[in-house]
Design a protein around this ligand. Structure first.
Ligand code: NIG
Ligand code: FE
Length: 418
C-alpha cells in the first residue's frame, strides 16, 4: 500500500521504521527547554534518525517499505547517557559504609589504607570473567532504565596488566548488552601500595608505559586524573595530561570534589572535554571551563552518599554558559548507585537543577562530555537512533517520580532492544 506515495521529487525515503502518534523531547536546546514536538512522527533509517517533526508535516513515504508503529501518545527522548562511571570493580565496600556510619570520614578511611586502594586489591585478585560477571548486573540496571551509552573508567588496577584487564572487561560488556561503551583510562586514581611514598615514580609509569600501551591497543578514548589532596597534585596531573595529548587521547579530570586545587583550570589549558564533581570550583575555574568549551559533570549520587554539604556552583555554571551533565559515578566507595533515573531526581532535589536541565544532563550534555555532541544525545536528523520510549504524560515526570520505571521501550542504533 502506498501512503502519500514515495516522493521521487524529494528522493526515495528508505525508512526502516516510522513511529507515529508520539511526543518528542528532542533535547536540542541544551537544557533551556525540552525541544518538545507534540503529535509527532519519527523515522529511522540505517541506524540513524532520518526524519522527525509534526505528524501532520510527514513527507510522502512508501508504507509497504517501512514498519509503522503506533506510539500511543508516548514520549520519546534520546537514549540516556551515563557519562561517568567506575562500574567495573572487584568486591564492594559495605564495610567502609559501616565505618563511616560509626564516624570515620571518606578521607580518613582512604588515608588509613582503605578506600580506592582496598578496591584495587579486590580488582587485582579478580579474573576478567569474574569482573565481567559482577559488572553485568550494574550495566543491566542502567540499561533497563533507558541508558544506551555508558562511560566506564579504569582505575582500580593501577598497573599495566590490571588496568588493561579492566578496560578489556569494559570492552567485553559492550558485546554482552546493546550499550555503547566509551572507555576512559584512570590510572592516576590512587597510589598503588608498591609505589607508597613514590607518587612521582608511579606517574612516570602511567605516562611512559601505560598510556602509550593503552593508546596503541586502542583500549581507551580518554584519560582521567583524580586531582585532589588524596589523589594527585597539579604537577603530577599535568604530566598525565601531557602524556594523554602526546598519545592523542582526550582529557577528563576528577577535580574540585573535596577541595579547590585548581585541577579544572589546568584541564582547561589542555582543552579537556570535562571536569567532573566540581563542588569546590570557584568563578575563575568556571570561566576557564567556559572559554575551553568544557562540560561540568555533576555527580549527585556521590554528593548524597558521602553526605557532602558543598554544592557545585550551579549559578556560576549557568551564568558562564557551561554545559552541565549529570552521571551516576557508579563505584563501590562514593556512589554504589546504579540508577540514572535517581540521578535525575537528585539533580533537581539536591542541586536544584530544573527538570529540563537535568534531562539535558543525561542526554545532549552527557554526549558533549564524551565527545559525541554531533552524533548522540539529541533527537535530530542524522544523529544515531538511540531512543528511549516512556510511559509518561510530560517530560518532567522523568525527574519527578522515582521507583516506578516508566521505560516502555529502548532503541539502540535503530534496533529495538527493549
Ligand atoms: O568519583 N573520586 C574518585 N573516584 C571515585 C571514588 C572511587 C572510590 O571511592 O572507589 C569518585 O567519587
Ligand atoms: Fe568518579
Amino acid at each position: 500500500m502506498t501512503n502519500r506515495l514515495t516522493s521521487t521529487q524529494t528522493g526515495t525515503h528508505h525508512w526502516q521504521t516510522l513511529w507515529l502518534n508520539i511526543n518528542l523531547a528532542t533535547m536540542t536546546e541544551g537544557g533551556i527547554g525540552y525541544g518538545e514536538i507534540t503529535c509527532a512522527a519519527l523515522a529511522i533509517s540505517d541506524g540513524k534518525i532520518a526524519w522527525l517533526g509534526k505528524e501532520a508535516d510527514l513527507p510522502e513515504y512508501n508504507a509497504s517499505d517501512v514498519k509503522v508503529i503506533d506510539g500511543q501518545g508516548k514520549w520519546l527522548t534520546p537514549g540516556l547517557i551515563d557519562c561517568h562511571t567506575h562500574l567495573v570493580y572487584g568486591g564492594n565496600r559495605a564495610n567502609e559504609f559501616e565505618m563511616r556510619l560509626q564516624g570515620k570520614s571518606y578521607q580518613e578511611i582512604a588515608l588509613a589504607g582503605g578506600g580506592i586502594v582496598s578496591t584495587v586489591k579486590a580488582t587485582r585478585a579478580a579474573t576478567e570473567g569474574e569482573l565481567l560477571v559482577s559488572a553485568l548486573p550494574r550495566l543491566t540496571a542502567l540499561h533497563q532504565e533507558g541508558v544506551t551509552t555508558v562511560e566506564i573508567k579504569s582505575g582500580y588496577g593501577l598497573d599495566l596488566e590490571n588496568e588493561i584487564k579492566m578496560l578489556n572487561v569494559a570492552g567485553e560488556l559492550a558485546k554482552q548488552l546493546p550499550v555503547t561503551i566509551k572507555r576512559t583510562f584512570l590510572g592516576a586514581h590512587a597510589l598503588p601500595v608498591e609505589f607508597k611514598d613514590d607518587a612521582d615514580g608511579y606517574i612516570a609509569l602511567v605516562c611512559h608505559e601505560v598510556i602509550p600501551a593503552i593508546a596503541k591497543e586502542q583500549l581507551a578514548d580518554s584519560v582521567d586524573v583524580f586531582c585532589e589532596h588524596i589523589g594527585f597534585n597539579l604537577a603530577q596531573t599535568e604530566r598525565v595530561f601531557t602524556a594523554a595529548q602526546q598519545n592523542n587521547l582526550s582529557i577528563k579530570v576528577h577535580a574540585e570534589q573535596l577541595s579547590d586545587l585548581g585541577g579544572t583550570e589546568l584541564a582547561a589549558k589542555y582543552q579537556a572535554l570535562s571536569s567532573e564533581h566540581v563542588e569546590f570550583l570557584s568563578e575563575p575555574g568556571v570561566k576557564a571551563m567556559s572559554a575551553a568549551n568544557m562540560t561540568a559533570v555533576l555527580l549527585p549520587g556521590a554528593f548524597y552518599f558521602l553526605r557532602e554539604t558543598q554544592l557545585p556552583p550551579i549559578e556560576l555554571l549557568r551564568k558562564h554558559d557551561v554545559a552541565i551533565a549529570i552521571a551516576t559515578d557508579v563505584n563501590p566507595g562514593s556512589s554504589p548507585i546504579c540508577s540514572l533515573q535517581l540521578m535525575l531526581n537528585m539533580a533537581c532535589t539536591l542541586f536544584k537543577l530544573t527538570p529540563s536541565e537535568a534531562l539535558a544532563g543525561v542526554t545532549c550534555n552527557a554526549a558533549k562530555a564524551l565527545g559525541f555532541s554531533t552524533s548522540k544525545g539529541q533527537l535530530s536528523v542524522g544523529f544515531d537512533a538511540d531512543i528511549a520510549i516512556w510511559n509518561i504524560s510530560q517530560p518532567a515526570e522523568l525527574c519527578y517520580q522515582f521507583g516506578v520505571n516508566p521505560l516502555s521501550g529502548l532503541i539502540q542504533n535503530g534496533r529495538q532492544v527493549i
